[in-house]
Design a protein around this ligand. Structure first.
Ligand code: TXA
Ligand code: MG
Length: 329
């Protein structure tokens, strides 16, 4: 078991934050809470430390990492900020929005996977902010799951995926957003959405007065979106898809459910037993609970998980993306 320190999320204990910061400075790995999901952090200026992230997660080396900062000005040391980037930082930082910008010299290729761009973000979770401020370094951090698994939204999920491949877990409670940050490419003339996430596209458009274009073919999407992702240990099916009713009926009584509606909207009574039905009152709560519901149901004895396909608006766009990729076999 890794070392886990429970930290007060509203008033992080200084000695715990210092312990995390000291490990990061020494090239070790520290998992910490953000408002989206838990991150697996390393000193973003130390290529060897960053390399440890890839081995701990089993992550493909060609998938670049996000650098985290405790203030917008600090991102300036790693990325070349455009007028538009500053405007978005003003509007949305700290918060679940990651910006891809031209990289400055001195950022190790382990962070960028050798690209000429770098992803930067300032999270809003007080524990993350305290750790970043105390460390005084850009902290490279992917989600703190084993590669391919659902992202962790609490310390127990990090511990169960990574064990003692992580040197310390700062436990600051459950992540409030529950899905990762929105990733926007700002390197060209248009804002391009590389990954839908916690910051809805509609909000970006409304507050900037500009359009966000959706990434087209597989080439200009985030490298990370190429891989199988978020998958629970049992198959995940989308309710309403072709053939799902038949597959689900074959496992009557052993089917898990995640969604806002009742499973009986889609399936006959008895297919999903009450104890296997995890329901949310709105799309925001669905996003907040999705990854932990996948982990709960895979451990519950359910043979299949069926999920409701939400509307493609607001946080629903990120939910659809995660559900789609978790359901690909
Ligand atoms: O909410 C989040 O973003 C969380 C927390 C911990 O901050 N982090 C996270 O990191 O989700 P990760 O590594 O799981 O996802 C980062 C995504 C990947 O899809 C990656 O390919 C993309 O960002 N990315 C990173 N650098 C990039 C770059 N230079 N160009 C394009 N995409 C990039
Ligand atoms: Mg991830």
């Amino acid at each position: 078991m890794p070392r886990i320190l429970k930290v007060d999320p509203w008033n992080p204990e200084e000695e715990f934050i210092e312990e995390g910061a000291a490990l990061l400075r020494a090239g070790r790995l520290v998992a910490f809470p953000t408002e989206t999901v838990y991150g697996l952090g390393a000193n973003g200026l130390d290529g060897r430390a960053v390399g440890r992230i890839f081995s701990a997660k089993g992550r493909p080396g060609d998938n670049p990492l996000i650098l985290h900062f405790s203030a917008p000005e600090e991102a300036e040391g790693a990325a070349i900020l455009t007028e538009r980037a500053r405007c978005l930082m003003d509007l949305f930082w700290p918060g679940p929005l990651t910006l891809v910008l031209p990289v400055r010299e001195g950022i190790p290729p382990e962070v960028t996977a050798g690209l000429s761009t770098v992803a930067v973000r300032m999270p809003s979770h007080p524990v993350a902010l305290a750790l970043l401020a105390r460390t005084g370094l850009p902290v490279a951090a992917p989600s703190a799951n084993s590669s391919g698994r659902p992202s962790p939204t609490d310390a127990a999920s990090v511990a169960s995926d990574l064990g003692d491949r992580v040197d310390l877990i700062l436990d600051g409670g459950s992540s409030s957003v529950g899905v990762e940050s929105t990733v926007l490419d700002l390197t060209g003339p248009d804002m391009i959405l590389l990954r839908p996430g916690g910051c809805p596209v509609e909000e970006i458009e409304a507050r900037t007065g500009e359009r966000v274009l959706l990434a087209g073919g597989s080439t200009n999407r985030s490298p990370g979106t190429r891989y199988r992702h978020y998958a629970p240990l049992v198959p995940l099916l989308i309710a309403g898809d072709e053939g799902v009713r038949e597959r689900v009926s074959a496992h009557r009584g052993r089917v898990g459910w995640i969604g806002m509606a009742s499973p009986e909207t889609f399936f006959a009574p008895g297919i999903v037993p009450d104890e296997y039905a995890i329901r949310f009152s709105n799309p925001e709560n669905y996003a907040r609970g999705l990854f932990s519901a996948l982990r709960t149901l895979e451990a519950s004895g359910a043979r299949l998980i069926a999920a409701e396909w939400p509307e493609e608006k607001g946080i629903g766009r990120a939910l659809r993306d995660r559900l789609y990729r978790a359901s690909r076999e």
